[in-house]
Design a protein around this ligand. Structure first.
Ligand SMILES: O=C(O)CCC(=O)C(=O)O
Length: 332
């Protein structure tokens, strides 16, 4: 089989076969804990959603993708773009992108990822390179169009939008998004379990990771074993967080097809695909994110192009939109 053996080559020793015990324990990680909090479902026009956006509170929004759904089924992607190569992350030794044609990946997904406990996940920031017409099949949902990073040249902008396609058990380990940006994640097909925690809780988790607040493995740096994290790590971590003196805001919920999750800057999240899933996600910079993104950009100069922070500011100053020109004053 092409894909699993390729994965063996790309990630040697990291291809774990799902055991019968793992399968029996599926129910433990495939639904939120009893009594878990949901961030609340709204529509873009709800006052409640406007408040959440203004106050940087996570939210689940309905009705933002009503016209996109047809393109983004696995069958349609395979039929139309089956021959196109998509990226599955980087080879850990050469740092080169690992690429496979979509049709091969579809077969891999259909075969339950060949029993791989931590399956390959199509996670592609340049999905439009091979098939530019995919960009025409969606648009940034209205509540998220004010993006002050949009003035950065597309070639210079750090990765900011991804197509995500994965079988059950694939997903994203606990992390915060890069460059202090906020994000939206639109689920076009499938079902995902989310855990989102406020920045204070993420700081506590990192303390636990370094042994200051406990010994639990938090998943920080836990690589791609997202299934193992949800099954074995999160329950213990959650218990420790619940025992801390000040309660944290933590949401544990299912995202259904057609729902878009808003993730404010600094909120950590772990995501687990329960069904074969197709999602689009974009990071963006709101007015309130501006100083944070600016200082992250200047801190991470080695990671990004040395000229990007100054070019970003110049791009804002040159914008015909006075709000964007005003935003440049926030960058110092
Ligand atoms: O796997 C997912 O759907 C979540 C992706 C994510 O968290 C991210 O792109 O930051």
């Amino acid at each position: 089989m092409v894909l699993p053996s390729a994965k063996q080559a790309v990630r040697p020793g990291r291809w774990l076969t799902l055991t019968a015990a793992d399968r029996m324990l599926w129910h433990r990680c495939s639904r939120p804990q009893r009594g878990a909090a949901h961030p609340g479902a709204t529509t873009a026009s709800d006052f409640d959603f406007q408040c959440k956006l203004a106050w940087h509170q996570p939210s689940v929004v309905h009705g933002l993708q009503t016209e996109w759904a047809d393109t983004w089924t696995i069958e349609h992607l395979a039929e139309r773009y089956g021959h196109c190569a998509f990226s599955f992350g980087e080879d850990e030794f050469t740092n080169e992108a690992v690429l496979f044609p979509f049709e091969e990946f579809r077969v891999y997904m259909e075969m339950d990822a060949e029993g791989d406990r931590n399956p390959l996940y199509l996670f592609d920031p340049t999905f439009d390179l091979g098939c530019p017409d995919l960009l025409e099949q969606f648009c940034t949902p209205a509540p998220f169009t004010a993006d002050f990073l949009s003035v950065v040249d597309i070639e210079e902008r750090p990765d900011w939008r991804w197509l995500l396609v994965g079988p059950p058990r694939s997903g994203s380990p606990l992390h915060i998004d890069p460059l202090a940006t906020s994000a939206w994640n639109a689920l076009l097909h499938g079902e995902k379990r989310w855990i989102i925690m406020e920045p204070r809780a993420w700081a506590a988790v990192q303390g636990m990771a370094t042994g200051q607040g406990g010994t639990q493995d938090t998943g920080v740096g836990a690589g791609e074993d997202v299934f193992g994290w949800f099954l074995e790590v999160w329950p213990g971590l959650q218990e420790q967080l619940e025992n801390e003196p000040h309660p944290y805001r933590i949401y544990d919920f299912l995202q259904q097809e057609g729902e878009t999750v808003y993730i404010p800057r600094g909120w950590a999240h772990a995501v687990f695909n329960l069904q074969p899933s197709v999602a689009l996600t974009q990071n963006f910079c709101t007015w309130h994110d501006l100083p944070h993104v600016w200082s992250e950009m200047n801190r991470d100069m080695e990671e990004i192009d040395l000229h990007t922070p100054q070019r970003w500011k110049a791009g804002l100053l040159a914008s015909p939109d006075s709000l964007y020109r005003q935003a440049a004053q926030e960058l110092r």
